[in-house]
Design a protein around this ligand. Structure first.
Ligand code: ATP
Ligand code: SF4
Ligand code: MG
Length: 321
C-alpha cells in the first residue's frame, strides 16, 4: 500500500493541571496518551468518542497548535516536528482545519473574500488577481456563487457559514483537512448536505479527512475507517463497514447502543453504559473503561489491555479477546 499521507505514532499530550499538596508533584491531564493511526490519500478516518476523550487535542497536535509530550506525527513521510522555513509553510498550506462553530472560526469583521484569501496570502505568493480567482473557484467548489464574496459571515445561515469554512480550508490545494465536529451544530437536514458536499469534494479532489465526531451515524456514514477513542487511547479501530457490522469493544458497543433508537426487544440496551467519562486527571487503573464496563472482569482493573488484531480486520484493546 502507498505511504500514508499522515502517520501518527505513540502520540501523547499531557497538560500540567495543578500542583499536589504543598506544591509538590505536578498532576497531569493525560488528554492524549499513546495514540497510533494512519490516513491515506483520498481516505476519511473517523475519530469518535465521548466529550473529553482527547479528540480536539489530537487535532491540535496535528495542526501544530500544541506540541506533543511524546510520539511523532509524519506527513508524507516527514516528521512535522522537524519542519522549518519553506517546508513548514508547505505543511501549513497542505493541512487545514474546520472547527464545529464557524461563528467563532470565521472572523465576524472580515468579508468572505478576505476570510478565504487569508491562508493564500499567508502561505503562498500568488498575485492579488490570482488570489481573487482562487476565492471564486473554491466558492464554486462548495456550491456558493462568487457574488457572496463581499458579504460578512452573519449574513449566512449556519450551513452556508460551514461551506465558507470548508472553502477556506480548500483554498491552498489542501491534502488533509481535519474536520473537528464540523456538522455537530447544524440541523439534521443541513448536516446531510454538508456531509454529501464533503464526500463530493473528496471524490473530485482526492483530499484526505480526519473526521472527528461523537455522532456515530454521521461518522459511520462518511468514514472509510473508524478509530474509537476513550480517555486518551484508541480502544478499537477497523474499516467502517466491519466496525458497524461487528463492534467488539464494550465501549464501541455502548456507543452503538446509544445511537440506535430504543426498542423493547433491543439486545443492545443491555450493553448501554451509564455515568460520566472519568476525569483525565485521575485515570482508572487497568482498562480505563472498567468502572463503566458491563462486562468487566477482575483482571480489568489490574492490567491494561493492549491493542490486538480484530477478527475481520482492525484492532481492539479488551481482555475479552
Ligand atoms: N489546554 C489544556 N489544559 C489542560 N487540560 C486540557 C487542555 N485542553 C484540553 N484539556 C483536557 O484534555 C481532555 C481532552 O480534551 P479534548 O478537548 O481533546 O476532548 P474532546 O474529545 O475534543 O472533547 P469534546 O467532545 O468535548 O470536544 C479534557 O479532559 C480536557 O479538559
Ligand atoms: S478490558 Fe475489561 S473492562 Fe475493559 S472493555 Fe474489556 S471487558 Fe470491559
Ligand atoms: Mg473536541
Amino acid at each position: 500500500m502507498a505511504e500514508p499521507v499522515l502517520e501518527v505514532r505513540g502520540l501523547a499530550k499531557h497538560f500540567p493541571a495543578r500542583h499536589g499538596l504543598f506544591g509538590r508533584g505536578a498532576t497531569w491531564v493525560k488528554a492524549v496518551d499513546g495514540v497510533d493511526f494512519a490516513i491515506h490519500a483520498g481516505e476519511t478516518l473517523g475519530l469518535i468518542g465521548e466529550s473529553g476523550c482527547g479528540k480536539t487535542t489530537t487535532a491540535k497536535l496535528i495542526l501544530k497548535m500544541e506540541q506533543p509530550t511524546a510520539g511523532t506525527i509524519a506527513f508524507e513521510g516527514r516528521d512535522i516536528a522537524e519542519l522549518r522555513g519553506r517546508d513548514l509553510m508547505d505543511y501549513r498550506r497542505a493541512v487545514q482545519v474546520v472547527f464545529q462553530d464557524p461563528f467563532s472560526s470565521l472572523s465576524p469583521r472580515m468579508r468572505v473574500q478576505d476570510i478565504i484569501a487569508e491562508p493564500l496570502e499567508i502561505h503562498t505568493d500568488l498575485s492579488h488577481a490570482a488570489v481573487r480567482a482562487r476565492v471564486d473557484e473554491v466558492l464554486g467548489l462548495v456550491g456558493l456563487q462568487p457574488d457572496v464574496a463581499p458579504l460578512f459571515p452573519h449574513e449566512f445561515s449556519g450551513g452556508q457559514r460551514q461551506r465558507i469554512a470548508i472553502a477556506r480550508a480548500l483554498a491552498t490545494n489542501t491534502r488533509l483537512i481535519v474536520l473537528d465536529e464540523p456538522v455537530s451544530a447544524l440541523d439534521v437536514s443541513v448536516r446531510a448536505q454538508i456531509i454529501n458536499q464533503l464526500e463530493h469534494l473528496q471524490r473530485t479532489l482526492g483530499v484526505s479527512y480526519l473526521f472527528i465526531g461523537h455522532d456515530l451515524a454521521t461518522v459511520a456514514h462518511i468514514s472509510h475507517r473508524i478509530a474509537v477513542m476513550y480517555l486518551g487511547r484508541i480502544v478499537e479501530s477497523a474499516d467502517g463497514d466491519a466496525l458497524c457490522a461487528r463492534p467488539m469493544h464494550p465501549y464501541t458497543q455502548a456507543l452503538f447502543a446509544a445511537a440506535l433508537p430504543s426498542r423493547p426487544d433491543d439486545q443492545g440496551q443491555e450493553r448501554a453504559i451509564t455515568g460520566e467519562v472519568p476525569s483525565a486527571l485521575a485515570l482508572p487503573s487497568g482498562c480505563r473503561f472498567h468502572p463503566r464496563c458491563p462486562l468487566a472482569m477482575p483482571v480489568c482493573s489490574e492490567v491494561e489491555p493492549a491493542l490486538t488484531r480484530r477478527n475481520g480486520g482492525g484492532e481492539v484493546a479488551c481482555h475479552l479477546y
